[in-house]
Design a protein around this ligand. Structure first.
Ligand SMILES: [Fe+2]
Ligand SMILES: [Fe+2]
Length: 298
């Protein structure tokens, strides 16, 4: 039974709060259509790629493809938890979030189809990758079906928004830029990744807001989040290690393993830095955070 209605009350809709502003941005920027991307040059570039280069690209794309599928399949319990608390503005944003993840899943599959990659790519998923995407992520998200305690929500957001989106995906985009984009290769793939990065900047901003809100309500959660991040960090390093294992220093698109590691480490500390800022803030102050301060791209 519903006790009251929010949007017909004197409160109405809070259009000034960060989640609602992210929703408005998503309505403008999140509507790109993966089907509009032209992969014809990518097909030519693929034909010209060496067998080793093909393996490296398929490995990276297969990790993105499986990652986007996982975040699409696993998000719903978080939306349900937020809806249950009557947080209408946050839920409105989350509808765009899920729609965008679906498009990301579609986008990578369209790319793979365009280059004719029809074989099973799951052998590219290393053990640490599987641990995160086959086990830890679905478990933390699935738990919200029966447990919507602040700790359970924090757990889910740490692995989903901070770790998978904020650390792993960001490292992956960076690798694409260091290799393909620098050399003008695979323009369709790179164009899609440009869109994806903008979408993901809103997702990460929301996750940061959500965790900040939880920490503002119970400051002991900050230490808990920090512990969880520290537990996850070795998986990021292990996933990177496998990812760069057979890279060739003579390849012009070579990315130095230590640079990948340094980038990941920087992302890990950046996420915690942003959360630390919430410690002494009121919820109202958090609602008023600017998109710029959250690193939202436009
Ligand atoms: Fe995504
Ligand atoms: Fe995302």
């Amino acid at each position: 039974m519903r006790e009251s209605v929010i949007t017909t009350s004197t409160r109405g809709l809070r259009m000034d709060v960060l989640p609602y502003r992210l929703y408005k941005k998503a309505k403008k920027l999140g509507i790109w259509n993966p089907e509009d991307i032209d992969f014809s040059q990518d097909q030519k570039d693929w034909t010209d790629t060496t067998p080793e280069g093909k393996t490296r690209l398929l490995r990276l794309v297969s990790m993105f493809q499986a990652g986007e599928e996982a975040v699409t399949l696993d998000l719903l319990p978080l939306i349900m938890a937020v809806a249950k608390e009557g947080r209408i503005e946050e839920e409105m944003f989350l509808t765009t979030f899920l729609f965008e993840e679906s498009k990301h899943t579609e986008f990578f599959r369209l790319f793979l189809n365009a280059i004719g990659a029809k074989e099973d790519l799951s052998h590219f998923h290393s053990e640490p990758y599987k641990k995160v995407f086959y086990e830890l992520l679905p478990e933390a998200m699935g738990r919200l079906v029966t447990d919507t305690s602040p700790r359970a929500i924090a757990d889910a957001s740490v692995i989903y928004n901070m770790f998978v989106e904020g650390v792993l995906a960001e490292t992956g985009y960076w690798s694409f830029y260091q290799s393909l984009a620098k050399f003008g290769k695979m323009p369709g793939l790179i164009q899609g990744i440009e869109y994806l990065k903008k979408d993901e900047s809103r997702h990460i901003a929301y996750g940061t807001f959500l965790l900040q809100r939880l920490i503002a309500e119970d400051s002991s959660l900050y230490d808990y989040v920090q512990e969880r991040m520290a537990e996850l960090a070795p998986y990021a390093m292990a996933i990177n290690e496998v990812g760069v294992a057979d890279s060739d220093p003579n390849d012009p698109m070579y990315v130095r393993p230590e640079d990948v590691m340094a980038f990941t480490a920087k992302q890990l500390s950046l996420r915690m830095e942003k959360l630390a800022r919430a410690k002494n803030k009121s919820i109202e102050e958090l609602y008023q955070t600017s998109e710029e301060a959250m690193g939202v791209l436009s």
